[in-house]
Design a protein around this ligand. Structure first.
Ligand SMILES: [Zn+2]
Ligand SMILES: [Zn+2]
Length: 445
C-alpha cells in the first residue's frame, strides 16, 4: 500500500505512523535511536504550507513535486530538482520522516538549512525533506513520544552568477556604423574616442569595473589570405589617457577601470587594411559578456575592382599578379580604374597588344605586402590608396590570353617611354620598379 504523507515537521501524526509501523511487526517499536537513510529535499514554494497537498496517486504526487521544483528553480535560480519518485510505503517495507526545511541566501550562497525556522528578513523558501526509516538498532528498549530534530548538515548551493554586459561605444555619442561595426577608419589613423561601459541586468551602468580590451584581426580580411594575424601591423593598437589604464602585448591589450562613466580609449588603425575587432571582458569579479558592435573596419572606402570594369567593357587588359596570398589585387578608386582602362586602351590602339595590369591595391587598400616569406613587410611603398598600378614589361599579341601566361612568341616588350606618356596623359607619373609603376599625381602614399 502506498501512503503519501506531506505533513510538515516532525508532527504527532508522523510519530504516530512511525509507532504504528513499529507495532505492526516490521521492526522494534521500542527504538530509542531509529536509523534513517539520507535526507532528500524537495522545494515547495516561498512560504510554508502553501505547496503540497496529499495526492491521489504516486504519479500525481510526483508530478506536482516536479512542477513545484521547476517553479522554485525558475523563481530563485537555485538549481533544485526532484529526485526519483519517493515511495511512502511504510506499512510494507519502510517509512519516511518528514521535515520542514528552508532555503536562505547567506553570504552569496543559497543554503538549504534543515530544521531551522524562518529568520526574519531573510529571503526564504520552504522545501520539504524526507528520509527513509531503515530500522532499529539491536538492543533498543523503548519508544519515544516526542522529539525535536535538527539536522546539523547544511547543504549550500552557489546562487546564479549575476550577469553583466560590457559595451563599446563612441564617446561623442554618434551611432555605430552598423549592428556589428563600431566605426571605420583609414589605415594608420586614430579612432574617435571610444568608451567601454559595463551594465547590469537592468541596463544600469555599473561603476568601477576592471576591464580588458584587446585588438584582434579577423583572418583573411582586407585581401590578405595568409596567416600571422597577431602582429600589431595587422591588429592595430589601443591607447588611453586614463590614469588606471595599462597597456600590454605591444599595446594590443589595454586594461583599466571604468570609473564612474566608463573607460575612455582610442584605437589606432594599423597600416594594413582589414576588419578588426576590439574584444572586451571584465577581469575582476564581475562576469560580463560583450554586447553590441565590436568590429572596426580599416581601409580606403569605395575602392572598385578593375576586373568588373574589364569584363563589362572588354577592355584590352590582362589581369596579372594574383597570388594565393593576395588573390584580388586590382582595386582602385573609381577614377583610377577608369584611368587604367584608358591607358591600356590607348596602348592597344597603338600596338595591338594587351597590357598586363599587375598589382594595384587590395580591396580595402592599406599596406600591400608582396614578399612571400615576410608577411606585412612593405615592399610596395605605394599601392595603399587605390591610386597605383603596376604594368608588366611585356604585352601580349595573342588577344585570347586573359592572364599572365602569354606564349613567348606572342610577347611584345613594352616601350617604357610610351607607358610614361600614356601614364602622364591620365594624370600620373612613372616610378621605377621591376614592373612599370604609374602613380596618380598628388595621391597620398
Ligand atoms: Zn598580405
Ligand atoms: Zn608599384
Amino acid at each position: 500500500m502506498l501512503l503519501f504523507f506531506f505533513a510538515v515537521g516532525w508532527s504527532n501524526s508522523a510519530l504516530a505512523q512511525f509507532k504504528l509501523w513499529c507495532a505492526s511487526g516490521g521492526g522494534d517499536w521500542n527504538c530509542v535511536t531509529p536509523i534513517f537513510g539520507p535526507w532528500t529535499f524537495i522545494p515547495i514554494l516561498f512560504g510554508p504550507f502553501d505547496g503540497l497537498k496529499p495526492a491521489p496517486t504516486a504519479d500525481a504526487a510526483y508530478s506536482e513535486l516536479s512542477a513545484k521544483a521547476a517553479s522554485f528553480s525558475a523563481t530563485t535560480g537555485c538549481p533544485l530538482t526532484v529526485g526519483p519518485l519517493p515511495e511512502f510505503t511504510f506499512l510494507d517495507s519502510g517509512s519516511h520522516e518528514l521535515a520542514k526545511v528552508q532555503v536562505s541566501w547567506n553570504d552569496g550562497q543559497a543554503c538549504i538549512n534543515a530544521g531551522l525556522n524562518t529568520v526574519s528578513g531573510q529571503k526564504t523558501a520552504t522545501v520539504e525533506g524526507f528520509r527513509q526509516f531503515l530500522g532499529c538498532p539491536i538492543g533498543a528498549v523503548r519508544a519515544v513520544d516526542q522529539r525535536t530534530w535538527t539536522d546539523p548538515s547544511v547543504v549550500c548551493v552557489a546562487p546564479p552568477t549575476p550577469q553583466y554586459v560590457i559595451k563599446l561605444s563612441r564617446l561623442d555619442g554618434l551611432a555605430p556604423e552598423s549592428g556589428t561595426s563600431l566605426f571605420s577608419n583609414e589605415p594608420g589613423q586614430p579612432s574617435p574616442e571610444l568608451v567601454a561601459t559595463v551594465y547590469d541586468e537592468h541596463n544600469q551602468l555599473v561603476p568601477n569595473v576592471l576591464v580588458q580590451l584587446q585588438a584582434n584581426a579577423i583572418p583573411n580580411t582586407g585581401g590578405h589570405h595568409h596567416g600571422d594575424n597577431s602582429v600589431t601591423l595587422r591588429t592595430g593598437t589601443l591607447a588611453s589617457a586614463d590614469p588606471s589604464a595599462n597597456l600590454s602585448q605591444n599595446a594590443q591589450i589595454l586594461s583599466g577601470n571604468t570609473g564612474s562613466t566608463g573607460l575612455v580609449f582610442t584605437y589606432n588603425a594599423p597600416p594594413v587594411g582589414g576588419d578588426n575587432t576590439i574584444a572586451a571582458t571584465c577581469i575582476d569579479n564581475h562576469h560580463c559578456t560583450q554586447q553590441g558592435p565590436m568590429q572596426v573596419g580599416v581601409g580606403i572606402k569605395d575602392l572598385q575592382p578593375l576586373g568588373d570594369a574589364v569584363f563589362q567593357s572588354a577592355a584590352p587588359i590582362r589581369l596579372t599578379g594574383q597570388t594565393t596570398r593576395h588573390p584580388n589585387n586590382h582595386y582602385g578608386t573609381a577614377e583610377w580604374v577608369q584611368s587604367t582602362i584608358v591607358l591600356a586602351t590607348e596602348f592597344f590602339s597603338r600596338k595591338f597588344a594587351t597590357l598586363g595590369i599587375n598589382d594595384m591595391s587590395l580591396a580595402q587598400g592599406g599596406l600591400f605586402d608582396i614578399q612571400n616569406q615576410s608577411d606585412w613587410l612593405p615592399p610596395h611603398i605605394l599601392h595603399r590608396t587605390g591610386t597605383s598600378v603596376d604594368i608588366d614589361r611585356t604585352a601580349c599579341l595573342d588577344l585570347t590570353v586573359t592572364g599572365a601566361n602569354c606564349p613567348t612568341a606572342e610577347q611584345l616588350p613594352v616601350n617604357f617611354r610610351l607607358i610614361r606618356i600614356l601614364c602622364e596623359q591620365v594624370g600620373g607619373h612613372i616610378l621605377k620598379e621591376p614592373t612599370i609603376h604609374c602613380q596618380l599625381n598628388g595621391s597620398r602614399s
